[in-house]
Design a protein around this ligand. Structure first.
Ligand SMILES: C[S@@+](CC[C@H](N)C(=O)[O-])C[C@H]1O[C@@H](n2cnc3c(N)ncnc32)[C@H](O)[C@@H]1O
Length: 244
């Protein structure tokens, strides 16, 4: 089973995976089945260090981690491995992107960036348009939506949901921690409708931590990131053989 963190930052989720996996299975997973991407150079280098350090601590030997790519994940929507861009700076990095694009990914985990009313994470990520993924959003979430102004649906986190939903094959799982706005906002009705259609099971842990909408809580102590925007964890399961 191949696992991908498409916006890995400093690699915390991958290091947690390394900690979690049984030592006798880890070498194979580490070398072949754990993948991650990061588009900013500084966290990319830190992720490299963190991942390799965590592996060495657990296994007692150093092993280069070859499955991290310096790349803008959302620029790769065709999954044909044919696109090379400015981020694919070195021959080695280009080869890694190609290799990842050729893999059948069945688990996608992460903590994508988000824009709308965001307190701090988007400072790492300048807003830009993404032709491929934005078209996919227009043809799905927006098309199914009924609100007049749906601009917020082109949030970075929904772009990652769209990307991950298209990246998975017939069977798989997405687990993202994101802004919770998709749960009850009217503007996200199309998004919710599409999740219902595209997945067989949807589990949401709503941390009820939207400070602006909940007068009973205040400050920045009420969610895991110390920010005011509400946070949710969503698990999307696609298993075509099961009954919905
Ligand atoms: C909220 S942070 C993730 C933090 C991460 N879980 C960690 O352990 O550090 C989001 C990360 O996604 C990266 N990012 C944003 N847009 C991206 C994209 N289009 N492709 C790849 N990485 C992206 C940002 O640079 C940032 O490091």
């Amino acid at each position: 089973m191949e696992i991908l963190d498409p916006c890995t930052g400093t690699g915390t989720y991958v290091t947690e995976l390394i900690e979690y996996l049984p030592a006798d299975k880890l070498e194979h997973k580490y070398k072949h089945e754990i993948h991650c991407n990061e588009m900013a150079i500084l966290p990319y280098y830190i992720a490299n260090l963190n991942i390799e350090f965590t592996y060495a601590q657990k296994m007692g030997n150093y092993e280069e981690f070859k499955n991290i790519c310096l790349v803008d994940t959302l620029d790769h929507c065709g999954f044909g491995g044919k696109q090379f861009d400015l981020f694919a700076m070195s021959v080695q990095n280009t080869a890694r992107i190609q290799s990842q694009n050729d893999k059948k990914i069945s688990v996608i985990i992460g903590n994508p960036p988000y824009n709308a009313h965001q307190e701090n994470f988007n400072q790492r990520n300048a807003n830009r348009s993404y032709q491929g993924i934005d078209k996919a959003i227009k043809d799905s979430y927006i098309k199914e939506g009924t609100a007049q102004n749906q601009i917020v649906v082109y949030d970075m986190y929904t772009r990652f949901f769209r990307w991950a939903s298209d990246r998975l094959g017939e069977k798989g799982l997405i687990a993202f921690i994101t802004n919770r706005s998709f749960i009850d906002s009217k503007t996200f009705d199309g998004f919710r409708k599409c999740l219902d259609r595209e997945f067989d099971f949807v589990y949401i842990v709503d941390t009820q931590s939207d400070v602006r909408n909940n007068p009973k809580i205040s400050g920045t102590k009420n969610n895991v990131f110390g920010i005011q925007a509400g946070i949710a964890v969503m698990f999307l399961v696609r298993n075509r053989k099961e009954k919905k």
